[in-house]
Ligand binder design. Structure first.
Ligand SMILES: C[S@@+](CC[C@H](N)C(=O)[O-])C[C@H]1O[C@@H](n2cnc3c(N)ncnc32)[C@H](O)[C@@H]1O
Length: 298
């Protein structure tokens, strides 16, 4: 089975406006689709650093002396690049979320298609798992997870139902969770609601929103002036953070005006929002929710 089919491959790499001698970072290496294309465009003196927190991705490391793969969370991008002697880079690419590999291996627990133990950790080093969120979180914390990350209006009822069920015995697998929540999963909306529940738990397990914020802030510090930021997100919570930061240099509120009354912002937006065309979605259904934003550091 293919590890991952890269989404919006050319526009995302085009967005980096690659200089042959530049230093680039692919923070979501996965199957290496985007990394291979970056290396193809780099000259002999260019460099590519890639991150992936999933040990499984290490098997895809590219045999190229211009390439270094770092098996760490990209929330530590600045620290690990510094460790490799890199202070400034010319472009950063992020293709957020889960790889097809993670989704397709039943034991990883990311998919509602299989009956597997509740897991959903992208990194094998992560202590928090879907099992712990479902079985150990206080009711109000579960409610927050479902409400904030799944945008589920019935978050209070879902949480209450889980807490009551686990008083009898722990909820260990996908099918047990589906059974516990059966009354909220009528056939008509079953897949949609399950996807929202799973998205919420996954975001919490991997602390995806906090991680993304830390990464976005550090990227700005690391990019050289004129350096490019090319980011694909897959749900509105991620896209909102990326969009706001590119526009305003902050996640909330408005930037301050300078002496002349102009907004002082760190990025220039490059082009419009890019989404996959019908042909790409037809051959790769996982591309359907992708949104690509490109920015250049001023
Ligand atoms: C959508 S896939 C990327 C696929 C890749 N662009 C390709 O062409 O094969 C996302 C990958 O990023 C990794 N990932 C997600 N969040 C991460 C994080 N915070 N730190 C490091 N890796 C992360 C996942 O483990 C997964 O392999």
């Amino acid at each position: 089975m293919e590890y991952h089919n890269p989404v919006l491959l050319h526009p995302t790499v085009d967005g980096l406006n690659i200089k042959p001698d530049g230093i680039y970072v692919d923070v979501t290496f996965g199957g290496g689709g985007h990394s291979k294309e970056i290396l193809r465009r780099l000259g002999p003196n260019g460099k590519l650093f890639a991150f992936d927190q999933d040990e499984d991705a290490l098997a895809n490391a590219l045999p190229d002396e211009r390439f270094t793969l770092i098996n760490e969370n990209f929330r530590f991008i600045k620290r690990f690049l510094r460790f490799h002697g890199v202070k400034g880079v010319d472009g950063i690419l992020a293709d957020l979320g889960v790889s097809s590999h993670q989704f397709d291996v039943p034991e990883r627990g990311f998919s509602t298609r299989f009956d597997a133990e509740l897991d959903m950790r992208m990194s094998q080093k992560n202590d928090l798992s879907a099992y712990r969120v479902v079985n150990e979180y206080e009711e109000q914390d579960l409610r927050r997870v479902f409400f904030d990350y799944g945008e589920l209006k019935n978050a209070p009822l879902l949480s209450r139902t889980i807490v009551e069920a686990r008083e009898h015995r722990p909820i260990k697998t996908t099918d047990e969770l589906k059974d516990v929540l059966a009354k909220f999963l009528p056939e008509r909306i079953r897949n949609k609601v399950l996807a929202q529940i799973y998205q919420a738990i996954r975001i919490e397990v991997n602390q995806e929103m906090d991680v993304l914020k830390e990464f976005i802030e550090q990227s700005l510090e690391i990019l050289n002036p004129g350096g490019r930021f090319s980011v694909i997100s897959y749900h509105s919570l991620e896209d909102r953070l990326v969009k706001r930061f590119i526009k305003n240099g902050m996640f909330e509120g408005e930037p301050e005006r300078d002496f002349f009354g102009n907004f002082s912002v760190p990025y220039k937006t490059i082009g419009k929002l890019i989404v996959p065309n019908d042909a790409e979605i037809k051959i790769n259904n996982r591309a359907r929710s992708a949104k690509l934003r490109i920015a250049e550091k001023i």
